[in-house]
Structures are given as structure tokens and as C-alpha cells.
Design a protein around this ligand. Sequence first.
Ligand code: TTP
Ligand code: MG
Ligand code: MG
Length: 444
Amino acid sequence: MICKSSITGSPGESLAELPEESSSELPGESPQELPLELRQELRQELRQEVPHEVPHEVSEESLESDPLVLGSDSGIESSLMNAEFISKWTKSKILHFDLDCFYAAVEMRDNPALKRQPLGIGGSAQSRGVLCTANYIARSFGVRSAMSSSLAARKCPNLVILPPNFKKYKAVSREVFAIFAQYTSKIQGLSLDEAFLDVTDLPPGVLARDVAREIKKKVFEKTGLTISAGVSFNKFLAKVASDWKKPDGFFVIPPSHRQVFVRDLDIKYIFGIGRKSCERLNAHKIFTCGDIQRRSLRELKQVFDSRYVDMFYMSHGIDFRRVDGFGDRKSFSVEETFYEDIVEPLDMMQRLFRVYGDWHTRFQKYILDKNEGDVPSVSALVVKVKYHDFKQTTHECRFRGSFGFEEFQKLLEYILDKRREPIRLLGLGVRLDKPEDQVQMSLL
Ligand code: TTP
Ligand code: MG
Ligand code: MG
């Protein structure tokens, strides 16, 4: 077994990308896969020597008059963004939905007296608890998800904190996902309260925005909860759109608004740019997508390293990720954030077993629903731990053959041997071979 570990994160890191339970990509993966033909094209283009340029500002005027002038004299950038290309990548119809202050909303629905009070859901302030979420009244006091309950109580002395009722939230989530399924089978759930839907194949005359409105209405009628909806032509902008008018939001970003919308968009919205990357980029005077657009590819390579092409396209509002398309998954993982830190190693193993059970159920479902019953070939096993101080460790082992809970248990033991302290998150999963690797494997 070949193993590697990594430690990331820092105290105070936001858990925004780590909902309580999610089927997410494992850390360290590139955020998106560039289509093969595009990579080849780009490689060829970059083989030609590009003269090093002094960064220069492109005036608003020149951007207006020719939207394909991208801040470089080399021509590479503009050839990567020609009209045919843009038209090809702006044809899809993608919806993104996210329930508003989900856990808190369910509790307010079931006890309307809570609607007028600041409300947090999570562990109590006395037991070193952490908040899963808070309603919008509490947020106006600065209370946030993943904040320690004691800090939240200091910021908002009248805060009511209730323990989470996961069973109830899962039942509501099932109702919401059943509504999504009435419109398409191309659904990518990101957590209990959030999903992408690919509705590109709607019958002629049916508008994606009408479907989104109808889904919002049905969710409210069925569950009594408001859900924010975003409509656009790719995942990146659909997600930004659902967040744009939260709560109870509805926002459409059509292809014709792409340029104008992304130009001043904060880089924090770009998939793959977290809080730390944001700070680093701000130090390079990169604050908006427009700031990225104005740099040459050569400069972007220096700033983003291997992710520079993805970032170039994202900054132009182009995102190649499919809605959980068959075969493009590179990992399958599940993680759970505990609303109280887990202190005892035995308790940690029991929690790991629970997470494993959840992972197993979801993986089986994935194999049946999305992979047409084919078992994808697994190349590595991964366990992830986040400690009480938000420091994060992942340990990964290359693996071929059959495996079970024991293999994950060994990985966790390895992590705990290095640092045995209270933990607040446990995750596990597998890395999957790319489809072409799977074909090669089966030929061997
Ligand atoms: P989110 O959709 O991120 O947040 P939210 O629904 O509470 O609020 P918003 O209106 O901004 O969408 O997460 C969904 C649920 O996941 C949330 O209600 C509680 C849970 N969660 C955690 O347990 N820990 C976390 O750190 C976050 C961010 C969410
Ligand atoms: Mg939400
Ligand atoms: Mg969410």
C-alpha cells in the first residue's frame, strides 16, 4: 500500500464547503476536468513561445468594444474564447437549488413561535458545542454556521439553541429530492439541502426558469420551506445565481449576461477558490473575475499553477463540469461534522463505522442509479479528520481489490497515532479510476 497524508486548514476556517453530511469530492482534486480536445488544443497553443508580457490594464472601453480581447497580445487567450467555442459551452440549462437556513427552517416550521427569535441549531454552549446553522435573525447578529455555540451566545445573548434532529431533516430532504426527480433524472445532490439539476433536454417551448419557479412552489407547498433557485447554463453560474437573492431567492443568468455578470464578480464565488486562496489572490491584486480575465495565461500560470486554465475559463463564466455525468466522477466520499467534538478513540471508531455505513449505502445506490450497475474500479481509500482546532488531515492509501470497514479503520488508526486529539469531522471515501483507466485495467 502506498500512503500519503496531508495537513491543511487553520483555526477559524469556514466550514461552508463542508455541510454536515455530503457526498463530495475528496480534497486535493482539481475542481474540474477540462475536455480532452481542449487540453490538446491548449497544449499545442502553449508550445509556441509566448513573449513574456508586462501586466497591463485593459480599459473598460476596449473590453466593451471587443469582448474577446483578453489582455494579451499573444492571441492564445482570444483563440481559446472564440464565438463558436462560447456558443458550444453556453447551451446547457442548469438549475441549482439550496434550502434557506435548512435545519433552522425545519424547526421554525414545526414551532412557529421560534420564527420571531434568533435561533441556532447545534450543540449547547455549555458542552463546547458548535452550530450547524442559524436562522436569518441570528445571522444579523453575526452568528454563523460552524461557529462555537459559546461565541454565538456572546454575539447574540437571546439566541435559542436547539439540538439537531437529523432524522427529520433527512425526511424533508427526501421529499424535496422527490420533487426534483419529477423533472429530470440528472440530479447531483451536494448535501441534504442542495442539488444541481440538468434540464437541458426539456421539451421545446418549456423554459428552464419556469421549471425552477414551479419547483420552488412545489417545495413550499409540500414542505412549508423556502428554497432558493438559480438558473444558468453551467454549474458555476447556477450556484452563484441561487445564492444571489437568498433567502427565497430566484435569479437567472442567461448566456447574454455572462460577460457583464462575471466581470465584477468576487473571486470567492469561483469553484475551487476558498478563503485562503482568496487572501493570496487579493495580495496579487486579484479581486474579481475581471481581474483574472485581464491577466495573460502566462501570468495566470504563475498565480494558479496547474489550475490556471480552469481559472481562466471560470473567470469568463465558462465551466465544463457536468451534472454528475456518468463516468466523470473521480471520487466518492461521505463526511460528517459532529455538533460536539469526539474525544474518545473508541467513540471515534464507532462514528467511523456509522460514516462507513452511510458511505456504503450511498455508494451502492450510486452504482445502481448512475453507473448502470457497473462497479467502478477503486484506486485508493481515503480517511479525513478535522480536529477541534480546525486543522485537517487526510490519509490516503492506494488500493486494489476488495475492502471493507477494516481498511478504513487502519487509516484512522494511523492518523490518530500521529495526533490523538478531539475531532469534529470524520470523512471517508474512495478514489475512482478514470473511465479510460478502467478500460485499460479490464484489458490487462
Ligand atoms: P447550508 O445550505 O450551507 O446552509 P443553510 O441551509 O443553513 O443556510 P443558507 O440559507 O445559507 O443556505 O447548509 C445546509 C445545512 O447543512 C444547514 O442547515 C446545517 C448543515 N450544516 C452544518 O451542519 N455545518 C456547516 O458548517 C454548514 C455550512 C451546514
Ligand atoms: Mg441551505
Ligand atoms: Mg446547502
